[in-house]
Ligand binder design. Structure first.
Ligand SMILES: [Zn+2]
Length: 92
């Protein structure tokens, strides 16, 4: 499964894109791996993956209806932060 891709939500750019599994070791801070791409019928983010923008933190707030429930914890563990840790970091 060399070409298997992981969906990424970037909290700094608000973009959703795919990375190859083999690239996951180079994941950047703020790139959140997801099990599923946010759905366009989400009432909160409409598929954008974020519910708003925090100009103080300079980061998008992840959608708690879809993104937060679809975290790929396998890769979160590898990159040594959880969403909670990330949030604390961003809320400084
Ligand atoms: Zn959503």
């Amino acid at each position: 499964m060399q070409t298997e891709k992981i969906t990424i939500f970037n909290v700094y750019t608000g973009e959703i894109y795919n990375l190859l599994k083999s690239e996951m070791k180079n994941i950047l801070e703020g790139e959140i791996p997801l099990l599923k791409r946010p759905k366009s019928n989400c009432n909160t983010c409409f598929g954008r993956g974020f519910a708003g923008y925090d100009s103080d933190k300079r980061a998008y707030c992840t959608c708690n209806r879809c993104v937060d429930k679809q975290l790929d914890t396998k890769y979160l563990k590898e990159i040594k932060y959880t969403c909670l840790v990330l949030r604390k970091k961003l809320s400084k």
